[in-house]
Design a protein around this ligand. Sequence first.
Ligand code: FPP
Ligand code: MG
Ligand code: MG
Length: 388
Amino acid sequence: EKKGGPIVDTKELVGEDLKDLKNNIRNLLGTGHPMLDTVSKYYFQADGKHIRPLIILLIAQATSLAPKKVHVRIKDSYEEIDTPISELSNFHIPTLNSNNNNNINNSTYTPRIHEPDQSYILPSQRRLGEIVEMIHTASLLHDDVIDLADKRRNLPSANETFGNKMAVLGGDFLLARASIALARLRNHEVTELISTVIANLVEGEFMQLRNGQVENGRNRSNNGRMTTFEYYMEKTYMKTASLISKSCRSSAVLGGASDEVCDIAYTYGKNIGLAFQLVDDMLDFTVSSEELGKPAGADLKLGLATAPVLFAWEEYPELGKLIKRNFDQEGDVGTAWNLVLKSQGLEQTRRLAQSHCQKAIAAISQLPDSQAKMALIQLTEMALVRKK
Ligand code: FPP
Ligand code: MG
Ligand code: MG
């Protein structure tokens, strides 16, 4: 073990489950049209980080040892009862006998001795990881069209290679096939959660389009309901954290976890998602395109004032008018860039990301100890120090 290296090897924990991810996705994407086939599979040939499926699988393992929703038969109906989290110190945790999520109401319950190495991942949770990676990739296909990006994962972007029309349709196709796979999970709660994510992605992207609509420090888009910073954080939730948080909750739901455990999974996902995007917005200023594998310094050019700029604005009020006009005048991008680098903005952004990581750790720490839980804690640190 090299110094400062990972304590828990996530590859060892979920590597086997992740290995088939790309192949399974390819199978979900088969179509008779060769060109559509090529476009929709295009971003899967590069080495993605698969961070969302990884988190989903680790949540599956970490929550498999936590309290379950138990179903008790009362007269002719079934009632759902949560095992309270306070019983975590009790080593006899009731678990489902059957791994089949469809038969949840027919299962009988036997207490099982809780041992860390007894954690498990259900096939439905693995499938959830594939569905979520497909939705994420669909959003990237559309995002690269909107952002006029020429590069993604060190490859020419899909829009660059196939043109805007095919890139958009390829994304639509991914969404459609993800929806079919989602329906086949036969879980209404998860269907609702993941469908909401798709709406949130679009809402986040729309909020971002309106980010320059600033007046007296508030964003005009929602009748001035939010300050510019609140608006940015809400946009960030919609664009990035919604997917991760609702995926984490869905993973716990598929595992039959109690409401309290589902909430813990959600809170973890929400906060690591927010941290993840804050770091992304920071890296746009600090890392080169070569290192990122996608255009760097892109946000200002796209007219976007992210956290580093909003913090810098407090130090340099002259940034206000540039933000309002979406940095669209000659020299605006360069001026804003220099002010951000001179300001505390990047450091403040890092600190905010760190505080969300701490919230994620506080949430996940409530689960019983396991390797997966350790890995999830470790991931928050990696989210913070990552360079791409
Ligand atoms: C990447 O952000 C983009 C997103 C996280 C979401 C994009 C969502 C849409 C385009 C709405 C349509 C959604 C679907 C599901 C088809 P970025 O541009 O800040 O990051 P980048 O540097 O990786 O491009
Ligand atoms: Mg974008
Ligand atoms: Mg983009």
